[in-house]
Design a protein around this ligand. Structure first.
Ligand SMILES: *[C@@H]1O[C@H](CO)[C@@H](O)[C@H](O)[C@H]1NC(C)=O
Ligand SMILES: *[C@@H]1O[C@H](CO)[C@@H](O)[C@H](O)[C@H]1NC(C)=O
Ligand SMILES: *[C@@H]1O[C@H](CO)[C@@H](O)[C@H](O)[C@H]1NC(C)=O
Ligand SMILES: *[C@@H]1O[C@H](CO)[C@@H](O)[C@H](O)[C@H]1NC(C)=O
Ligand SMILES: *[C@@H]1O[C@H](CO)[C@@H](O)[C@H](O)[C@H]1NC(C)=O
Ligand SMILES: *[C@@H]1O[C@H](CO)[C@@H](O)[C@H](O)[C@H]1NC(C)=O
Ligand SMILES: *[C@@H]1O[C@H](CO)[C@@H](O)[C@H](O)[C@H]1NC(C)=O
Ligand SMILES: *[C@@H]1O[C@H](CO)[C@@H](O)[C@H](O)[C@H]1NC(C)=O
Ligand SMILES: *[C@@H]1O[C@H](CO)[C@@H](O)[C@H](O)[C@H]1NC(C)=O
Ligand SMILES: *[C@@H]1O[C@H](CO)[C@@H](O)[C@H](O)[C@H]1NC(C)=O
Ligand SMILES: *[C@@H]1O[C@H](CO)[C@@H](O)[C@H](O)[C@H]1NC(C)=O
Ligand SMILES: *[C@@H]1O[C@H](CO)[C@@H](O)[C@H](O)[C@H]1NC(C)=O
Length: 660
């Protein structure tokens, strides 16, 4: 086995950088694997004609030529008993020609042969019992190689010896890792490279161990055929978006596109997010069988070539959650693509069509030469600061941005309007209302003598007049801006201006230890290095349990807050099915209306065996709050209305940065 060490810096706004672990590097899955699997449509009842007709359809419908090539027969294929020599066999009622012949059939179609097995004593879907591979790894890997398989999806049912092999145990007393490692090693002994898909349901933070033994790992619980599953899965993916790379992919589970459980715009959202988070794209619909065929609209989603290209992009980095407007019902995910491009997705959680705006600075950009709107089927040029488009109910605005400029950089050519000695810069963005933005003015050439400059901002009626010393290439000043994207800055000078750069204030951090507790809330001290940057957290925040402090600011208006929170203990059994992998928090300023944010999971260590059980890993999410006045403000972190929610306790609170 070859190991390669990869390092990269995270690009997400909220999550700290991660070190990629050594990975299994055998040349497979350099981009996320694509294919088809029986489970989402046929459950554990596959058969030969089903697999044949769907495989043929992958070819006939033009899907295989787009990359969908791994064809896997999921649970239901094998039997309770092994052959006398101990080897695995197929159910010959369901697969009369047998599995080796299935492989030949697929290979003849130019497809790849995927097999499914389980790291426990039985397969998922038992009873009726189907034997698993636990304690038979070496022999089963040899059998698979003799069948000439190309991939193995390896599941996690009936696997926990310590609790007598129950179907499911989300909190086993030992990590799944050694069981998956045993099969990985057995596969590596074979004379053929086999793609290994680890299906451990996200248990024990697999991003830290799965890449060294497999090509993909499940980030969480199974997808279910209901729209709410999308929010649940991406909330579980949120803390795990730093770990994708060639040969190591976070698996959000198989696609429901084409199964007639989502509307078309919901399918677009599902497919877009799976693609840009770099999940394997495994079709779970009936493409063609004796009874049914996929509908054309869903097929169009699966065949969207731009979206497939984002998934298969050579850079291999996942998009991450950048901003969520819980009350507004939308959010932004974004990540880098090769060739200096960026992909962004704005999800409309409301079930009505409406205009939504992406402020480019929320994804780290200020200007885009070209914005391609994939589902909107339009292209815009010269996009300054904001992009607005209509997004269908439950749909997603999926954008590819090219020729971009980083946030805070405003060239005169793109943003300036020159009239006499006055240059007016428009569409200036401010994340928060503050009098403490740093403006740096870059001149086209250094001045030969001192020159006067007057600086005005739409956020103030007064101007700043100052002298630019001779030989200056740039000059800086503090200026006020109002939260939003429609500020203007006016510069009066004889000097020619090339560009201005604007930087937001860093703000002031209020650790949870500076808050006063009320009601159910309690302060906990965490282990060394956890609950960063404070070392403590406040838990049991509820409709009647709050944390309160006084915050002094220099300007009134809307303030952007970055909340550090911890939310990992809500994962797994409490978030299966209808769960959401989220908790609410509310921020109330001066008794105004509370602003709610529903935060995703935070954990980046094992929830079972790591230090603090992954319950001490901080995540950060920002939100805009209103009601601030100059001077002292009372700020209450709580969970107002939590009784109406799915979880009445809010996320644990570590601290908050107030940008003033
Ligand atoms: C395979 O499944 C299809 C669809 O459920 C069914 O019509 C067919 O009879 C099955 N074939 C066998 C051999 O079980
Ligand atoms: C094979 O599958 C059929 C249909 O599900 C089932 O009735 C039969 O018991 C299975 N055979 C074995 C040996 O498990
Ligand atoms: C199925 O497997 C379990 C676990 O090995 C065993 O206890 C049970 O008796 C089996 N059931 C049948 C019908 O073989
Ligand atoms: C790989 O090994 C299997 C048996 O383990 C054998 O059937 C097959 O011919 C071998 N393939 C190659 C390419 O050597
Ligand atoms: C892995 O395989 C080794 C060698 O066969 C065995 O001793 C060990 O118990 C296996 N581990 C697990 C967790 O199955
Ligand atoms: C969303 O709206 C559509 C069309 O109005 C409706 O058919 C569908 O049931 C709604 N979905 C949900 C989850 O409410
Ligand atoms: C990007 O900018 C270059 C140079 O200004 C231009 O040639 C190219 O057409 C632009 N591409 C897009 C997609 O905007
Ligand atoms: C403005 O920001 C600077 C750092 O850039 C900081 O030192 C100063 O205290 C801030 N002023 C106010 C009034 O917040
Ligand atoms: C500027 O002055 C006008 C007219 O007096 C006033 O309406 C406006 O609120 C002022 N704007 C600011 C930002 O102070
Ligand atoms: C603001 O934060 C940035 C990034 O952490 C840091 O480099 C810079 O020194 C900070 N500025 C001030 C004035 O604290
Ligand atoms: C938090 O409390 C400590 C100790 O009382 C104090 O020194 C510090 O200034 C406070 N921090 C803020 C941001 O108020
Ligand atoms: C968050 O609050 C909203 C509105 O009350 C509610 O619908 C949702 O279920 C809550 N989320 C959780 C995880 O409780």
């Amino acid at each position: 086995m070859l190991l390669r060490f990869l390092l990269y810096a995270a690009v997400g706004s909220a999550v700290s950088s991660a070190t990629l672990m050594p990975r299994l590097d055998n040349g497979l899955a350099l981009t996320p694997q694509m294919g088809w699997n029986t489970y989402n449509h046929y459950s554990c009842s596959p058969n030969e004609s089903i697999v044949h007709s769907n495989a043929q359809a992958l070819v006939d419908l033009g899907l295989s030529s787009l990359g969908y090539r791994y064809v896997t027969t999921d649970c239901g294929w094998t039997v309770a008993d092994r052959l006398p020599d101990g080897s695995l066999t197929w159910n010959d009622t369901l697969f009369p020609q047998g599995f080796p012949a299935m492989g030949e059939y697929l290979h003849d179609l130019g497809l790849l042969f995927g097999v499914y097995q389980d790291s426990g004593i039985l397969l998922c879907g038992s009873p009726p019992n189907e034997t698993g591979s636990l304690y038979h790894e070496a022999q089963d890997a040899e059998t698979f190689a003799s069948w000439n398989i190309d991939s193995l999806k390896y599941d996690n049912c009936y696997s926990d010896a310590a609790t007598d092999y129950p179907n499911v145990n989300y909190a086993p007393s030992t990590s799944p890792e050694p069981r998956f490692a045993n099969m990985s090693h057995a596969l590596l002994q074979q004379n053929k490279t086999i793609l290994f898909q680890i299906c451990e349901w996200g248990i024990s933070f697999p991003a830290h161990w799965a890449p060294s033994i497999g090509h993909s790992w499940r980030i969480g619980n199974d997808i279910i055929p209901d729209w709410r599953t999308i929010f649940r899965i991406i909330n579980q993916a949120a803390p795990q978006t730093d770990f994708a790379g060639p040969g190591q992919w976070p698996d959000l589970d198989m696609l429901e596109v084409g199964n007639n459980v989502f509307s078309l715009s919901e399918e677009e959202t599902h497919f877009s997010l799976w693609a840009i988070l770099k999940s394997p794209l495994i079709i779970g619909a009936a493409l063609k069988d004796e009874l049914t065929a996929i509908n054309d609209a869903s097929l169009g989603v699966l065949k969207q070539t731009d979206v497939i290209a984002y998934n298969q992009d050579s850079l291999g980095k996942s998009a991450s959650l950048h901003r969520r407007w819980t009350e507004g019902g939308y959010e932004v995910w974004s990540g880098p693509l090769s060739n200096d491009r960026t992909v962004a997705a704005v999800i409309n959680w409301h079930n009505e069509s409406r205009d939504l705006t992406l402020d480019l600075p929320d994804i780290g950009l200020q200007h885009a030469g070209t914005v391609k709107n994939i589902w909107g089927e339009s292209t815009a040029q010269d996009v300054r600061t904001s992009y607005t488009a209509t997004v269908a109910g439950h749909g997603t605005m999926l954008l590819e941005l090219q020729n971009t400029t980083e946030a805070g950089v405003y060239s005169t050519a793109k943003f300036g309007n020159l009239s006499g000695q006055t240059t007016t810069f428009g569409q200036i963005y401010a994340v928060t209302t503050s009098s403490n933005y740093t403006l740096t003015i870059y001149f086209s050439e250094t001045s030969s003598s001192t020159a006067k400059i007057t600086i005005g901002s739409s956020a103030s009626n007064s101007t700043i007049a100052t002298q630019v010393p001779a030989s200056s290439a740039s000059i800086s000043a503090k200026i006020p801006l109002t939260a939003g994207s429609s500020n203007t800055i006016t510069l009066d000078t004889s000097l020619s201006i090339d560009a201005i750069h604007i930087t937001a204030p860093n703000g002031t951090y209020y650790p949870c230890t500076n808050f006063t507790l009320a009601g159910s809330s309690t302060l906990t001290t965490c282990g060394t290095g956890y609950c960063q940057p404070v070392g403590s957290k406040i838990g049991y925040i509820s409709p009647s349990g709050t944390a309160q402090t006084t915050v002094s600011v220099t300007t009134s208006g809307s303030k952007y807050l970055e909340i550090d929170y911890i939310n990992n203990e809500i994962a797994f059994d409490s978030s299966w099915g209808w769960g959401s992998n989220s908790r609410n928090l509310t921020v109330t300023v001066n008794d105004e209306d509370p602003v709610r944010i529903e935060v995703p999971l935070s954990g980046r260590h094992s929830e079972l065996f790591g230090p603090g059980l992954g319950w001490w890993d901080t995540a950060t999410l920002g939100l805009l709050t209103t009601g601030w006045k100059e001077g002292s403000n009372e700020v209450v972190i709580g969970n107002v209305g939590g009784d109406e929610g799915f979880q009445s306790y809010g996320a644990d609170f570590v601290g908050v940065r107030v940008l003033d």
